[in-house]
Design a protein around this ligand. Structure first.
Ligand code: NDP
Ligand code: OXD
Length: 307
């Protein structure tokens, strides 16, 4: 039995080193150079690719390298009995928190506007001054990441609203299952939804229309959540004041994308929260051994729900 890593656009060395440190006898193969397809029982997968999973007759489990699983579920070659798992990790949540705190404070303090003004040699204090206590943030998605992020912002005295499919109780967070109610009157919208049929293109013109004029968008979910043309239009019309975007339909973001040059948009290279191999090795290796024994792996995804 062996593990296959499918991550053609990622450096797999730190992963192999960490797995070998945990279990020096493990056999690891790196796709597409697989010497024995019959031996593969477990696949660790990062980003979309056109691998044919049917070529691996003894595959039992496909694990995402991250929290998202859309890049796996969109592959139509996966037999139904194969378990799909995701990463659940404190460090992943902490990194996301640090990223979002920076992005939100950037908006509250107008730093992104001052950087733009500096490039044009403009001295212009922006008023009225914003503050934490008069800033309302909506978190779309209250799962492993969104739940803690919402709590953390509430603990800092932001006004926080949260949107999810099922009912949630989070101290000092106004939770809701109705999108319109969750986003109205918000200053900053943070998207932490998984990409599914229901959430695809959720950040569209209709959504922006329902927001307070001047609201700010932070998208750390997936690029396919956002209709880029609608965002650019909403920024142009001043309905939306700006956006911080970490994820894109095509990654790396193509050089000719109009997003790069928009002074009200901040771009980061899918780096809001990068999975740390050392931090998640135990859960992946535990799953590797659980599935050999026919057990139920940890952090199994509900493929019907899509997350
Ligand atoms: P979870 O699966 O733990 O949580 C998903 C949340 O979204 C749940 O609260 C769920 O509601 C809610 N949700 C799902 N569908 C809907 C819907 N149709 N309407 C309303 N709410 C919905 O996911 P994680 O928190 O672990 O991760 C979220 C996403 O963040 C990932 O899928 C990935 O795309 C992205 N991500 C991005 C990273 C980056 O670096 N940019 C890093 C890590 C993750 P309910 O609780 O009711 O089921
Ligand atoms: C993830 C990601 O899904 O990094 O973890 O996007």
């Amino acid at each position: 039995m062996s593990m296959m890593i499918v991550a053609t656009n990622k450096d797999t060395k730190p992963w192999i080193e960490s797995f070998k440190k945990f279990n020096p006898t493990i056999d690891i193969e790196i796709y597409p150079n697989i010497s024995d397809k019959d031996a593969i029982t477990f696949a660790l997968v990062w980003s979309k690719n056109d691998i044919d999973f049917k070529e691996f007759p003894n595959l039992k489990c496909i694990s995402s390298m991250g929290a998202g699983v859309d890049h796996i579920l969109c592959n139509k070659t996966i037999p139904q009995d194969i378990a799909i798992t995701k990463i659940v990790d404190k460090q992943l949540v902490n990194s996301m928190w640090e990223y979002l705190l920076t992005a939100v404070m950037n908006v509250v303090t107008n730093h992104y506007k001052y950087i733009s003004q500096q490039k044009q040699t403009i001295w212009n204090p922006i008023e009225p001054v914003k503050s934490i206590t008069n800033t309302t943030i909506t978190i779309l998605g209250l799962g492993q990441l969104g739940n803690t992020i919402a709590q953390n912002f509430a603990n800092m005295n932001f006004q926080v609203k949260g949107y999810s499919r099922s009912k949630k109780e989070i101290k000092n967070v106004a939770t809701n299952q109705i999108l319109e109610e969750s986003i109205q009157d918000s200053d900053i919208i943070i998207n932490l939804l998984p990409l599914t049929k229901e959430t695809q293109q959720i950040l569209n013109n209709n959504f922006f229309e329902k927001l307070k004029t001047g609201a700010y968008i932070i998208n750390v979910g997936r690029g396919e959540h956002l209709v880029v043309e609608d965002l650019l239009q909403a920024i142009e019309n001043k309905k939306i004041s700006g956006a911080t975007l970490d994820v894109f339909e095509k990654e790396p973001l193509p050089n000719n994308s109009p997003l790069w040059k928009n002074e009200n948009i901040i771009i980061t290279p899918h780096s809001a929260s990068i999975t740390n191999p050392a931090s998640v090795t135990k859960q992946i290796m535990d799953n590797y051994s659980i599935i050999q024994k026919g057990g139920l792996p940890l952090n199994k995804v509900d493929t019907k729900k899509g997350y």
